[in-house]
Design a protein around this ligand. Sequence first.
Ligand code: NAP
Length: 341
Amino acid sequence: MLDGLNLNIGLGGETPATESETGAAPRPDVENVIIIGSGPAGWSAAIYAARADLRPLLITGNEMGGQIALTTEVENFPGFESITGPELVERMQSQAERFDTEVLIDTVTEIDVNGPPFTVTTANERVFKTKSIIVATGASPRRLGVPNEERLTGRGVSYCATCDGFFFRGKDIVVVGGGDSALQEALFLTKFGSKVRIVHRRDQLRAGATLQRRARENPKIEFVWNSVIEGIQGEAKVESLTLKNVVTGQTVETPTDGVFVYVGHLPNNQLFEGKLAMDEEGYLVTDKLMRTNVPGIFAAGEIQDHRFKQAATSAGQGVAAALEVEKFLADLEDRAYPGAG
Ligand code: NAP
């Protein structure tokens, strides 16, 4: 694994070992494929690209593992009846590395889509040329956009029950949203909280039937229907919320210790604005072969999928993108050396 920080700064003033000194084959001047993102789409693409001998370089991004790494329990990834999100990601990573994927812990800050070769630049000022790219940057939790939400994030406002649930032992907790994430994480939070209220803007849940049944049967869970959060109050930490009933228009202030927000996601598309085609919601546009509008640049997972959004579908899209990259590179080679082979 390459560590972007160590490679650039070094530790204790020493020059870091190069790949040839560590026995690994040197990287090519122009990579075959760079995979941007380390969620299920990215790792699955890496496993397939590596097994096709493409020696992929995967750049992890800030949030190693993506959203699935923030999920407490995964029960619907084929082959695993129950596994934690972080463990699933660890397994994907070790499988990808076993097949010769180079992993760089760094964040892409810029891509130049005029190519191939394309140019990829990272936060640690590494610059790579590559014949192809698989974008697997995923999506990030949508914020509520209410007063004090940002200021109190990490002080009672959270988007990750796995990370922060432990701090709410015996406390009053509010979860916002009516989808699978809200219910799944609310159920997890009942291990810690004295009570978990699920605040939903409608009177019908979007979540699947199994999670609905479990949540309705859990004695610690209460539903607050037809309600939205208008404000979060507190000095050093969350102390209360302003709830508005959207049917009656009535507003109440209710004390609580924590607010966990699960109101959907927004695609991580900042790198691609003005460079790759997006739909009106900001998702990258791909065809069935996972191709973006720029030949040689593919996309997989939630950066281009606002319909299925499952770890298993993202993994499948990553596989498809890697298979198409293989074909794209073979065609590129044929064009460079017509008649060869
Ligand atoms: P989601 O399905 O998009 O649900 C978002 C929820 O937040 C909806 O109930 C929505 O209300 C509500 N919402 C949206 N904007 C809001 C706002 N501004 N204020 C208040 N409420 C708002 O998102 P998700 O639950 O994160 O799930 C994302 C995808 O991952 C889905 O495809 C889901 O099936 C999948 N997932 C699956 C599992 C599992 O299978 N166990 C677990 C987690 C996630 P409305 O219902 O009124 O639109």
